[in-house]
Design a protein around this ligand. Sequence first.
Ligand code: SF4
Length: 368
Amino acid sequence: MTPQEQDLTTITPTRLWVPKHVLITRAASELPHTAEIVRRCEAAGVEDIRILSGNALTGLRGATERETYASAKNTLAVVVAPPSALKPQPIPPSADWRIDLAKGCPAHCQYCYLAGSLQGPPVTRVYANLDDVLDGVRTHAGRGTVTSGTIERGGEGTTFEMSCYTDPLGIENVTGSLAAAISRVGSGEFGEDVQLRFTTKFDDVGELVTLDHGGRTRVRFSVNAAEVANRFEGGTARMPARLTALRAVAAAGYRVGLTIAPIMPIPGWREQYGALLDDVAAALDGIDALDLTAEIITHRFTPASKEVLLGWYPRTKLEMDEDLRSQKRSKFGGVKYVYPKQTMSEMRTWFVEELERRVPAARLLYWT
Ligand code: SF4
């Protein structure tokens, strides 16, 4: 058995999310993908699967903020994506377009990127009208302007990011949406020149490695220094498990990537991130025809995300101190708090040099 074959036969996920409650709206109950979601939920052992009499999700709030959060994170809602959610949007610098298989995530990262951008209790809503979601790939293939047409990434074809509002692998065992998307794009149904991409903190890749992906999906793993991941990324697969999964998908011929994020200048950050990069290099040792990218994102927060996160994680040790940060204004006047210029510059220089030295196969797509 070659090391690659061995990789494909020994994949056991270390972290699987099984919701306690599954709520299916009336409109969603009539769609074919819902049958697959129900099949997966039943196989995972979910006992409370309910079809609602209407299309509104109600009764999601508990007596306290804490109860609302806990119950929402244990609930999968199966809904029909409204037309406004179906129109692909440009998503620089990651991809030409964003498409969403779901909105919401069951994990408990104390810096969660979704804080401030989701309305109401953080229930995970998976879209039952998967055909409509994927139709965005058909209508927007050949029309990208973010990565398409660039020297660095034009060869990828039109790119579609699937992890803007969810962790698609984190909910895959109870949805099947990711396998369907990868297989259909892999089969060439939407043309030769399109590529899906997503990033994850989970490791349930046993089904993914069996799919005919056609080289049209890039699987990126969100990685971080052990101290950051262990302290702030609740409900996700631990870092060694993510790296094992990275090796497995790379061995299965997927294009792969690292989302090194959110990086933080914790005490000893050079040593901690150096160890991470060395672990990545070891995990990918000996993989044939490796296609590996890296995206590096520093920690940032907004006034709205800070407020939501402090509601969800009141005792967090995550540093969100405006006085220690620099303000950055977006085109639309919003404020982000990022690390000061000198810290950013030191981290950037270090990461660019050390990535090249320790993981020379990695192609850095962007730093932000
Ligand atoms: S995995 Fe991503 S989306 Fe899910 S809780 Fe963590 S940061 Fe939020």
